[in-house]
Design a protein around this ligand. Structure first.
Ligand SMILES: Cc1ncc(COP(=O)(O)O)c(C=O)c1O
Length: 395
């Protein structure tokens, strides 16, 4: 378990917003590193063992218990970046989400979830948690509609912002205020924004969840997840994360720790690229709608400006009716059609066939998802090459 031990995390949570940019870059590089012995050098050593002598220091060490230095290093770095007391790094984003639901509620308890979450989260809710007797209500995202959904047995609120794939923005401070008195645990999947662009704990949320497979990993070569929140919440979730078997191994953790050192620089560059592209796309023939919170025309623009440092590197657009989605994808030369997101390379996908494929066609339709909707994960390439690729593929 990664209760922050370095002190860096606690200091960063007290910094003014204007100072945060510098701190984030520093925390990306330094926070959490677990190298004390001269022979370790500058980096956390990679622990390759799964067997430890249990008599040496009174601790039963075992990687599934999240208690190697590699688990601690990444958990502490994530906690520092989110301004949290504690962190936990899991074997996948879904491993983190499952551990949260099973720890903070049980059969007969109720949760409020934002309509239009990542498809895997909806699948977990519909096909595992509901059949077990967990109760859920969907929420539109409007804070004034939240109090009406709260019941006696409501235990948690689960949101995303920006949402996948239509980039809806939730007013996080307002949402946190709307259910502050009610004792709910407010959870956010912060995968799309990353802690570089948005730190929900500062806005009144209690727990942040990540698919670390995305921006935290950043190179499309590992699967991991993460949580950050109070020490008490992480302590509450840890036993179930152990029971569910969601601990990552030392090699993946070392790769993730190394990747997170460049998180700030990658996300900043990719977000700047995305803003640039989003401004160019509406002028292109063959595109009818562009969904990006950095555009003034986006309904969540003002809220996003208030609560995010940049608008993120994810954007979606809809092809015009006359444009064949398959042919468009085939014509792209640089931007790769792929599931997943958040890598240094730009990728594109149809949510109808990837992230939201498990939803029934009418569920997809209600969310505004069809085969012409394209979700672009903007990478760190030269933006002129990305714009050129989209332009030639639309010709
Ligand atoms: C927003 C969001 N949350 C959670 C997940 C699940 O993460 P993982 O695939 O690492 O389990 C994903 C994966 O695509 C995602 O996009």
């Amino acid at each position: 378990m990664g209760l922050t031990g370095t002190g860096l995390a606690n200091q960063s949570s007290r910094m003014e917003k204007s100072d945060e940019k510098g701190r984030k870059a520093t925390d990306c590089v330094h926070a959490g590193t677990q190298s004390g012995r001269p022979e370790d050098g500058l980096n956390t050593p990679i622990i390759a063992s799964s067997a430890f002598d249990y008599r040496t220091d009174g601790q039963v060490r075992y990687p599934r218990y999240f208690n190697t230095v590699n688990h601690r290093a990444v958990a502490d770095k994530l906690a520092a970046l989110e301004g949290a007391e504690a962190g936990l790094v899991t074997g996948s984003g879904m491993g983190a989400s499952s551990a949260v639901f099973f720890s903070l509620m049980g059969p007969g308890d109720h949760a409020i979830v934002l309509r239009g979450l990542y498809g895997g989260t909806t699948d977990l809710i519909d096909n595992l948690l509901k059949p077990l007797g967990f109760e859920f209500s969907e929420w539109s995202g409007r804070p004034d509609e939240l109090p009406g959904l709260v019941r006696e047995n409501t235990r948690l609120l689960w949101v995303e912002s920006p949402t996948n794939p239509l980039m809806q923005i939730i007013d996080l401070a307002e949402t946190a205020r709307a259910c502050r008195q009610r004792g709910l645990v407010r959870v956010i999947d912060n995968t799309f924004a990353s802690p570089v662009n948005q730190r929900p704990l500062e806005l009144g949320f209690d727990l942040v969840m990540h698919s670390a497979t995305k921006y935290l990993g950043g190179h499309s070569d590992l699967i991991a997840g993460g949580l950050a929140g109070s020490g008490a919440l992480i302590e509450q979730i840890l036993p179930n994360a152990i029971r569910l078997g969601s601990a990552p191994n030392g090699q993946d953790l070392a790769l993730l720790e190394r990747s997170m050192k460049t998180l700030e620089i990658r996300v900043t560059r990719a977000s700047d690229n995305a803003l640039d592209l989003a401004n160019r796309l509406p002028a292109l023939d063959g595109i009818t709608e562009v969904y990006y919170p950095g555009l003034e025309s986006h309904p969540g623009h003002q809220v996003a400006t208030r609560q995010m440092d940049r608008y993120g590197a994810m954007l979606s657009f809809r092809l015009a009716r006359g444009t064949d989605p398959e042919a468009f994808l085939d014509r792209l030369r640089l931007i790769r059609p792929a599931v997943s997101l958040g890598g240094v390379e730009s990728t594109i996908c149809q949510p109808s066939r990837t992230s939201h494929a498990k939803l029934a066609p009418d569920q997809q339709g209600d969310l505004g998802i069809d085969d012409r909707l394209m979700r672009l994960s903007v990478g760190i390439e030269d933006v002129r090459d990305l714009a050129g690729d989209l332009y030639q593929a639309l010709q």
